[in-house]
Structure formats: C-alpha cells, structure tokens
Write a protein that binds this ligand. Sequence first.
Ligand SMILES: [Zn+2]
Length: 112
Amino acid sequence: MSEKVYAFRCTTCGAVSYPKHMICPKCRGEAFEPVEVAGEGAVLTYTDVYALAVDYETRYLRLAIVELDGGMRVTGQLLDEHPRVGKRVRTTVGVVREPADKPIYGLQFVPA
Ligand SMILES: [Zn+2]
C-alpha cells in the first residue's frame, strides 16, 4: 500500500506533532516539515469507543496511543483482539472509515 501518514516537525525547535498543529505548542513556530509515521512502538494506553457517527459499520472503534521507537507519540486505530499496555505494535495505514463509499485512510496498529 502506498498511503503514508505524516507527522510534522517544527523547523525552529524540532518538536514533532501528530496530528499537525497550526502553531508549534513548544515555541510558537509556524514552519513545519513532514516526517513519515512508521515503524514499531509500544502501546501506552487504549480504549474502545462505542459512540460513533452513524456511517461507521463497526460496533466500536479501538483506539490507542502508541509511543514509537524514537519517542514520537501517535494516536490511531488498534487492530488487536488482545490489547495490553506495553505490547509491541507496528504501524500500518488502512481504511478507518468509509462514508459514502469514499474510503478514508488513517493510522492503524497491529501486533508486532
Ligand atoms: Zn517549535
């Protein structure tokens, strides 16, 4: 799959944001460069969300915050039937939602 997900590195102080901020929360800089979100990390926390918009076809969405190797923290969909804090996962990009037959791609995590 060729889809990629990018975080944004502040060109002034180097802080990385995902998703992108309009203004760097650390130094208030306004210039950013894209950094691909990829690789492996560990689950910091996860939750199941049941209150979804009507066009979701799943009963719930399992979301996780993962700390990637290198320290970047990212939020995405956790595709794991047996989640555990600290478990190793790797990033992937997949369809997270499909409203009106237009797939929306987003960050997902699968067991490493
Ligand atoms: Zn900054």
